[in-house]
Design a protein around this ligand. Structure first.
Ligand SMILES: [Zn+2]
Length: 78
């Protein structure tokens, strides 16, 4: 049989390459995370919310984050 050495060679190649591929996949995700997981404080009700879900208001150049549209309105009204 001539196939056996070829098969063995393929197995060795796969075993050697798999760790490299998984390392490349693992090293990719961290760059995506920071923005969505950041917590911000609602100045009206003092609650912490995830930045990506917060209601955003820009006031005199400063960005403020609120848990809801209600809190955002209360802050600008005061
Ligand atoms: Zn709030």
């Amino acid at each position: 049989m001539r196939l056996l050495p070829i098969l063995l060679f393929l197995i060795v190649v796969v075993v050697l390459l798999l760790p490299l591929v998984s390392r490349i996949r693992l090293s990719a995700p961290p760059a995506r995370r920071p923005l969505s997981d950041e917590l911000v404080k609602d100045p009206v009700c003092q609650t912490y919310i995830v930045k990506s879900r917060a209601v955003r208001r820009t006031e005199s150049g400063q960005v403020r984050y609120f848990c809801s549209e209600q809190c955002a309105r209360r802050d600008t009204g005061a």
